[in-house]
Every structure is written in structure tokens, then in C-alpha cells.
Design a protein around this ligand. Structure first.
Ligand SMILES: Cc1cc2nc3c(=O)[nH]c(=O)nc-3n(C[C@H](O)[C@H](O)[C@H](O)COP(=O)(O)O)c2cc1C
Length: 305
């Protein structure tokens, strides 16, 4: 039997396939559903201090290579989400990681403090959403802002801090290095890729916000490239967590070989159902066994030159 257990920032996971933020993680019940589907950890929907309604519909467009969304980070606010996390901590055995966002360091800190008080095992700071003005990737493409926000969060809470980055930049290595300088405990890559679709019959964009974030199978090469690039810059100073387009075990294997220590899965739930997590984990294990590899740790970064 190949060993597919991993440890990320002191958090032990029975396998490396976690639930990505924004899919299922909005209530304790849906987090439990992800656990039942085999996710080894759950990242919550990103939340802000105050509640947010999100964008007007249509906010989702499906097409053959993936999903375009501009949900606009709808969430019930940090205090309501804290209640869901407290409940999830009682219902689930897997670690619960709180994803937070804000418009500046102060808002990130306040949301992280509420997450910590709720019992979350770690926080993931969303510096990468591509379709909400004033937050997400607008902050995450500025290396100085990234460092400042991470530094402030690290100085106020003593939980592991994951920093989720955007692929929509030419300065990814610099941004990742600044996150590490600020004290990031792990780098997560990638969030969705900015994109748009036009409805030819209606002669207008599919989404109310014109552009949105692209996820699913079509972004696999972009995510692998970003993880490779980040791993090449940060080395083994912090773990890199790969996300984007993972639908099969073989997709995840490519992320590990590019330097990822663990992965997150989002859109595949749409394609494979809730059991996507356990199925992908089983496929990873089968690949390692067929290749005669004893431990997943033996292939991390193996393709990086
Ligand atoms: C409908 C939807 C909502 C999302 N919401 C969030 C979110 O709240 N916070 C976040 O960091 N990422 C969010 N994401 C991005 C995912 O976590 C992930 O980074 C991205 O979808 C790429 O992974 P995938 O191809 O496995 O879906 C969302 C993605 C989708 C499709």
C-alpha cells in the first residue's frame, strides 16, 4: 500500500485531496457532505466581516471545458459563518479551514480573529478572487499589499495562514516570495482565471458582470504552471497547495510533480458528484502503487528542474 497521508503546516491529512473554497463550504451541513464525499479537509466559502449579497444573476455559465462564475463572494458575514464553523467542528472529523477576505489588512485581521475564535484549524486568505472590486486579486497582484496583509494577519493570530494567489499576474514568483516574507505558512494556487463568454443569440456577455472566473478542466495547465513557478521560487520553505482543474487522480499527480504538497478540488464536484474526493484519492494511490512508489512525498517536485 502506498502512503498517501500528508502533513500540511502541522495539520495531518489522511490523504492530500481537500475541498476548495466556494464549493459546498457555506454551511456545516454542506461541509459534512464534503467530508462524507471523502475530502480530507474542508475550506469554507470565503467570508467577510459583514455579509455580502454577491452579484446579480446570471453569475454562472457552463461550457464544455469548464465553468465561468462571478458569484461576487456572497456570504452571510463572519459571525454567521463562525457559527457554521463551530457546528462543523462538532459534526466533522476533518480539519476546517476558514477562507476570509476583506478590502484591507485591518478587515482581513478582524475576519481571521473571528475565524480563530470559532475553532477553525487554519485560515486561508483569499487574495485572488477575480471578479469583486476592491478585494481579492486587486490586492493580490500587488506584492507589497500581499506582504502587508499577511504580516498583519500573522501578527494577530497564531493559526497556520494559507495564502491563496491568483494566476492573473506576470509577477507570481515575486508575490509568492512576498507572502512568504510576510510569514505565510502555505501558498495556495490557483484561484479562477479571468475570462468571459458571449451569448451569440443575445449578442451580450453571458455573465451580468461581463467577465468572471474560469474553473474546471480547462485551467489544469495554468494551475500546474503556477504551482511549478511558485515551487521554483519558494522551494521547500513553505508547502504549496495546488488547485485548478483537478478532476482525476492523474491531474493531481501532475500537481505533486510540479511541487504541490496537497491539492484542493472544486469544480470536479459538478462533474463527478460528492464522491469526487475519495475517487481522486483512490486514483492517486493506485498510480503510486502501479509505479512502485512508497509514499506521495517521494514525487513532490520531482518534475521541477
Ligand atoms: C462557484 C465557485 C465559487 C468559488 N468561490 C470561491 C471563494 O469563495 N473563495 C475562493 O478562494 N475561491 C473560490 N472559488 C475558486 C475555487 O476555490 C478554485 O480555486 C477554482 O475553482 C479552481 O479550482 P477547480 O478548477 O477545481 O474548481 C470558487 C469557484 C467556483 C467555481
Amino acid at each position: 500500500m502506498a502512503d498517501i497521508g500528508v502533513e500540511v503546516c502541522g495539520i495531518r491529512l489522511k490523504h492530500p485531496v481537500m475541498l476548495a473554497s466556494g464549493i459546498l463550504g457555506i454551511s456545516a451541513e454542506t461541509m459534512k457532505r464534503a467530508e462524507e464525499g471523502g475530502a480530507s479537509a474542508v475550506i469554507t466559502k470565503s467570508f467577510s466581516i459583514e455579509e455580502r449579497a454577491g452579484h446579480e444573476n446570471p453569475t454562472i455559465a457552463l461550457f464544455k471545458h469548464g465553468i465561468l462564475n462571478s458569484m461576487g463572494l456572497p456570504n452571510p458575514g463572519a459571525r454567521a459563518m463562525a457559527k457554521e464553523i463551530e457546528k462543523a467542528k462538532k459534526m466533522c472529523r476533518v480539519p476546517i479551514i476558514a477562507s476570509v477576505f476583506g478590502k484591507d489588512a485591518d478587515e482581513f485581521v478582524k475576519a481571521c480573529e473571528i475565524a480563530r475564535d470559532s475553532g477553525a484549524d487554519a485560515v486561508e486568505i483569499n487574495l485572488s478572487c477575480p471578479h469583486v472590486p476592491g478585494t481579492g486579486m486587486e490586492l493580490g497582484v500587488d506584492p507589497n499589499a500581499v506582504k502587508e496583509i499577511v504580516t498583519e494577519v500573522k501578527s494577530c493570530i497564531d493559526l497556520p495562514v494559507f495564502v491563496k494567489l491568483t494566476p492573473n499576474t506576470h509577477a507570481l514568483q515575486k508575490i509568492a516570495l512576498m507572502a512568504v516574507e510576510g510569514g505565510a505558512d502555505a501558498i495556495v494556487a490557483i484561484n479562477t482565471v479571468r475570462g468571459m463568454l458571449i451569448n451569440p443569440m443575445m449578442k451580450k456577455p453571458e455573465l451580468s458582470t461581463i467577465f468572471g472566473g474560469y474553473s474546471g478542466p480547462g485551467i489544469l495547465p495554468i494551475g500546474i504552471y503556477c504551482v511549478y513557478t511558485i515551487y521554483s521560487a519558494v522551494g521547500q520553505s513553505v508547502p504549496v497547495i495546488g488547485v485548478g482543474g483537478i478532476c482525476r487522480g492523474m491531474d493531481a499527480i501532475q500537481y505533486f510533480m510540479a511541487g504541490a504538497s496537497a491539492v484542493q478540488v472544486g469544480s470536479a464536484v459538478y462533474y463527478r458528484g460528492y464522491s469526487a474526493f475519495s475517487e481522486i484519492a483512490n486514483e492517486i494511490e493506485t498510480f503510486l502503487e502501479n509505479e512502485g512508489v512508497n509514499s506521495i512525498r517521494d514525487i513532490i517536485g520531482i518534475a521541477v528542474r
